[in-house]
Design a protein around this ligand. Sequence first.
Ligand code: BGC
Length: 445
Amino acid sequence: MKRKLLSLTLAAVLALSLTACGGGGSDTTTTDSTDAATTEESTDAAETTETTETADSGEVANADKPLVWFNRQPSNSSTGELDMTALNFNENTYYVGFDANQGAELQGTMIRDYIEANIDTIDRNGDGVIGYVLAVGDIGHNDSIARTRGVRSALGTAVEVDGAIDSTPVGANTDGSSTHVQDGTLEINGTTYTVRELASQEMKNSAGATWDAATAGNAISTWSASFGDQIDIVASNNDGMGMAMFNGWSKAEGVPTFGYDANSDAVAAIAEGYGGTISQHADVQAYLTLRVLRNALDGVDIDTGIGTADEAGNVLTPDVFTYNEEQRSYYALNVAVTAENYEDFLDSTVVYAPVSNQLDAETHPTKNVWLNIYNAADNFLSATYQPLLQNYDDLLNLNVEYIGGDGQTESNITNRLGNPSQYDAFAINMVKTDNAASYTSLLSQ
Ligand code: BGC
């Protein structure tokens, strides 16, 4: 790992801050009380740490410390083009997410399979049109775009613009006149059915937070009040919004609702008529998020405990993830969760067994990691991803400070990275995929 000598003044400041926060010497015993907190106060908890050695992290420039982007891939929110500058910030920079296209196709197929299997009862008003509404998470987020495309493509409602499926929300389209979609047709048992996207909308609240469940709850009230009997399917880019619509309307009406993420509450709701969801293998992603940092901090091959078993026996098989070297990106693979298999997915916060072995504290001494969640109110990240991270940080001997953002501005988060020198590594979940420089500029100072 490249190291830079810091100026004497800076070194003095660092020495002070390391004494205050524990620094991560090898004889460190760290209480994990930082875990639950999503505020900056959590560094204080590290005062309970007894450090007997000076952390060598003090010698590493912040710009050279391991950095992992997760859940929001640095990319242009209009074109989807990857931000390779951010992904190559230093030699220990990676992205961890999931395979958005494979998952989107699975979600679309899951909905189409459901329609085919329930064709006798699906058309609630018998008008010959299978109508669905769609909750869109964030029109500038490539995962959200992929899911909208996956649903439209499987249901035959997709239209192409410049060689790619249009993912623009239609607003209202009860008459089928929107140019962003077309009426699809499905051939089932020799009969041709029309499928229409009746309405879709980006679920962004007035303060600017995207993937907003409350906004989706309001949308389904409006939609159902004006054309409720035409809605045969509710589809959503995620479970947070899907469950808001299910609880607000479709559960009582018996209208199948489909989401994404396999959050525990959504999986449980399958027993009550929620149509299905997709697991993006958050248990694998949360592990990868922290594991790449651990490996970089240990100075070992990045594949250790990932594609290659570590000394504790942790290893992932190729059926759960892929690594794209050129994109510096790890992608977990998705699994459909439906009435047939949901009982295996009831707790979304359980660590993935093949990578659940504790690392030895002598050879993998405690290190300090700064990690943010773009929006503390995001259902998936707060109910599934963060609890998983908190399980893995213990296993990997990482002392993680969790910062929860407001989902609106990058500065709400970056303001709480006042002294990056206190940390050995960083895990970042941006508000907007274009904004990587808001973080890297702080690390480069
Ligand atoms: C999840 C959404 C979440 C979003 C936040 C997606 O991967 O599926 O539920 O809101 O990430 O960036």
